[in-house]
Design a protein around this ligand. Structure first.
Ligand code: SF4
Ligand code: SF4
Length: 489
């Protein structure tokens, strides 16, 4: 007997999950999402949904089902999928150079395991820097971004200058554009260095962990004193040279600040920061050694982060002040565009979207892989710029194998997770925790954190009033005007 209730439509590929509220969240391969009551979902998957049902139209227009136009719908879905993965066409954009491993600070959580300020043999020689720059301009991307890291990159300033000038020459000769960022704690910056940054359009990225009581808990000089006061002095100096918006800051959440994120937000506003990025601790370097004192549970981080996000959304009713990680995840959820965030993508950005060159010319697919090498395990080293050609490094079977094992689409349980389209893989962390680049992600700190964050973001999206929606879109579009006109009474 034919099923008389059977409705004639095609179900397109999607993932689904029951929400904490009891209804169903559906996300298709293009990253489009829909919420439905469980009964509607059951009717849909059992081919019992009436074409006159409003849910039918929603599912059809968002490419969860197709009628006669199956081929066209699949092509549209494929086009959206390609757009989401368009970062793959830009191989490799982010190039990080460890100009020196020496540092004038000794932060409790330093993931780079920085060396003493006067240590020897930890500076990148100019010859290596030039070779790295040549390697960077062999990458197919038309617009590489060079990020100078450390240690404290200002401590090897002559080589940094050499790298900038040589990169500008290579950019000119190849017809490419190039951007520069220096990741610096700012403490040692001079007026001459700031003038060079201004002349060569070099952006500065620094760290501010909160008010003095929180910042100084982890960010100390080698002698053990707090750095907050000198940091603020140097921040003012840098802004005077480069403009008020030229210095971006990140914060790293430690056990000291986890339950004090409101104080961190207040400090960012007080110091005129134009946004904030609340980052969790990564288990590398000194942070791994100090895990008992500095670490915390992934679920605790997610809860504190979401509470802080609510506070930041409330601030945005008065002033544009994005939380950059939420902005990125909202962008993935609400738009089909690639975000270019190498730390959370599939395939992982390791080596294909970002790459790091150590001070001695060793090449690693991520900063974390380099940190692992500092901890004594060179498993991820791709080679050395002094010895290996571009293709030996970037078309190697080593990198191909790593990329193959770094896709959420083939990792359990990510392969059927409703958040698959927005999440990413971290083969370095997997290897650190299990000795294998590919593992089941169920119950891992990485998965617990991201699942709870996605749960929280979707909940906020569902509850968002018109003003909150505008705020979220102002973050996605980097346009404060989108949220204007909603001043609190
Ligand atoms: S975190 Fe940065 S500033 Fe602090 S010790 Fe490490 S390299 Fe230096
Ligand atoms: S890591 Fe967790 S949240 Fe992310 S896709 Fe995998 S299962 Fe989903």
């Amino acid at each position: 007997m034919p099923d008389l209730e059977h409705k004639d439509y095609h179900i397109l590929p999607f993932q689904f999950a029951r929400t904490p509220q009891g209804d169903m969240l559906l996300v298709n391969e293009g990253g489009d999402f829909q919420f439905f009551p469980r009964e509607t979902f059951e009717n849909f998957v059992r081919h019992r949904l009436e074409p006159t049902d409003p849910a039918f139209f929603a599912l059809k227009s968002h490419l969860f089902l197709a009628q006669d136009e199956l081929e066209v719908s699949l092509q549209k879905l494929a086009a959206r999928y390609r757009t989401r993965k368009s970062f793959l066409r830009d191989f490799t954009t982010l190039h990080m150079m460890v100009i020196t491993l020496r540092c004038n600070q000794r932060c409790a959580y330093c993931q780079a395991s920085s060396a003493e300020e006067d240590a020897r043999c930890f500076d990148m020689p100019a010859s290596v820097a030039r070779r790295v720059v040549e390697m960077i301009f062999q990458a197919p991307t038309s617009h590489p971004k060079i990020e100078f890291q450390g240690g404290e990159p200002l401590l090897n300033w002559p080589v940094l200058e050499t790298a900038v000038l040589y990169a500008e020459q290579c950019a000119h000769e190849s017809g490419k554009a190039v951007d520069f960022v220096i990741c610096t704690n700012l403490l040692a910056i001079t007026e001459a260095q700031l003038a060079f940054c201004r002349e060569h359009h070099i952006a500065l990225s620094t760290s501010l962990d909160g008010p003095a009581s929180l910042h100084d808990a982890c960010r100390k000089t080698r002698g053990g004193s707090g750095t907050h006061a000198l940091f603020l002095e140097k921040l003012d100096q840098a802004r005077a040279f480069l403009g008020p918006d030229a210095v971006d800051a990140l914060m790293t959440t430690s056990a000291f600040s986890l339950h004090h994120l409101q104080e961190v937000i207040d400090e960012y506003l007080l110091r005129g920061m134009k946004g904030i990025c609340i980052r969790s601790l990564n288990p590398y370097g000194f942070a791994a050694e100090q895990a008992a004192a500095l670490g915390y549970d992934a679920a605790d981080f997610a809860a504190c982060y979401l509470e802080a996000l609510d506070a930041i959304l409330a601030v945005n009713r008065r002033v544009y002040f994005p939380e950059h990680f939420a902005a990125l995840l909202f962008s993935r959820i609400l738009t089909p565009f690639a975000t270019g965030f190498v730390d959370l993508q599939s395939p992982a950005g390791a080596g294909i979207s970002g790459v790091i060159y150590d001070y001695d010319g060793s090449v690693f697919p991520t900063d974390e892989a380099r940190m692992l090498a500092r901890m004594g395990d060179r498993h991820f080293c791709l080679g050395n710029v002094l010895r290996d050609s571009y293709s030996a490094l970037f078309a190697s079977s080593r990198l191909k194998a790593l990329t193959t094992r770094a896709c959420v689409e083939t990792t359990p349980p990510c392969a059927w997770c409703v958040y698959q389209s927005y999440c990413g893989a971290d083969p370095i962390r997997n290897y650190l925790e299990t000795g294998d680049e590919l593992r089941t992600m169920a119950g891992t700190p990485f998965c617990v954190k991201h699942k709870l964050l996605f749960d929280g973001l979707f909940e906020r999206l569902r509850q968002a009033d018109e003003q909150t929606q505008d705020i979220i879109w102002s973050w996605i579009t980097h346009n404060p005007l989108v949220a204007q006109g909603h001043e609190d009474a």
